[in-house]
Write a protein that binds this ligand. Sequence first.
Ligand SMILES: Cc1cc2nc3c(=O)[nH]c(=O)nc-3n(C[C@H](O)[C@H](O)[C@H](O)COP(=O)(O)OP(=O)(O)OC[C@H]3O[C@@H](n4cnc5c(N)ncnc54)[C@H](O)[C@@H]3O)c2cc1C
Ligand code: FES
Length: 358
Amino acid sequence: MVAAGAGCFTPRKLAVDGATAYEGTSLLYSVKNIEQFLGKRLLILGGGDSALDWTIALEQVASRVTMVHRRDVFRATPESVEQVHQLARAGRIDLHFGSICALKGDAPNLSGAVLSGSDGSTTGLDCDIILVFFGLTNKLGPISEWHIGAAEDEIPVDPITMQTRKAGIYAVGDIAQYPGKLKLIVSGFSEAALMGRAVYEYLRGEKPRFQYSTHSHAMQSSEPIPHAAYIEAEPLQAMPSTMALQTDPTKVTYVLVTDLAGNEHSLPAKPGRTLLEIMDAAKVPVKGSCFGACNCSTCHVYVDEAWFNKLDPMIDQEQEALDQVSTPKPFSRLACQIEFRQELSGMKVKLTVDTIPD
Ligand SMILES: Cc1cc2nc3c(=O)[nH]c(=O)nc-3n(C[C@H](O)[C@H](O)[C@H](O)COP(=O)(O)OP(=O)(O)OC[C@H]3O[C@@H](n4cnc5c(N)ncnc54)[C@H](O)[C@@H]3O)c2cc1C
Ligand code: FES
């Protein structure tokens, strides 16, 4: 029985070419052993509490700490922010705003990184170790290799039994997908009850007798519940099929979305919908783990410069969520926070690596 939601939380990775070759040796996502930073030139990426706390702590251990954050606003306790600014003013750490666009050094050992500033300039930064604190994202992990159709964080199931395409493997909750599915807590409970009934039959070869705990003497007593055929099974419903991207430029209002392969798609867009909803409706594969709650930043897109200033301004929460993305740019936005209006018809956006479903 799989009830894995959207997967396990794992650190959000640095999306720079060749980064995995350094991972575990000189590119780290957590601190396991402080001594490994002794006398090293350390680059810390991120703008949340973890990045600031480790900058403050490791400034006394490393030979030099350089901190890089997307913008000059931090998501951390005011005391830590003040302490980091004090360290920078005192010349004890270096503080840069921008994002890392390339790594240098013979893998797995880093010798430096290239900083891309918000003005498009690039600067070389020397370092032996990079510590990345871009927050957490969810990954399905090995479940996606079980050959039960797990794609885009979802497993197709028969909505009557919750059985996956493999007999004896069932899925419930957010990970289970069928036509009309609503990702709600109450749906998960209902699906678990349906699954329980189906699993009983799978294991015992007979249908369970359906009873309410409020009325069943057997359930209220400690006696085992008698088995009896009671519920008629309904016919299996067809599994949902994945629709191709719609490319209909004849609609009155539309947005132009360029996918990661560089192909541009014209998507019908209704005013009042968010860009994420528009892409979802057109079956554009965008992760969007928090379903528009401005929490996950997995709907990160680049808006064409000509359209960027026509959008409603960002709220603080969107700015903070964008701090977690691995490839920020000056025209970065979250698709779930862009409300489409008539005047935005023809707007061009590009998908980013942050949107790739697991
Ligand atoms: C921002 C937000 C707001 C929401 N608000 C509401 C609301 O107001 N009302 C409502 O009804 N619903 C709401 N939901 C939806 C609701 O949270 C989900 O429908 C529900 O939590 C799904 O339950 P689940 O058990 O399927 O998954 P989860 O609650 O995600 O639980 C899955 C668990 O499995 C674990 N796991 C994952 N992979 C593995 C693995 N490989 N091995 C072991 N463990 C693993 C995870 O760590 C997690 O603990 C909201 C969702 C979000 C994102
Ligand atoms: S869907 Fe999570 S931030 Fe947009």
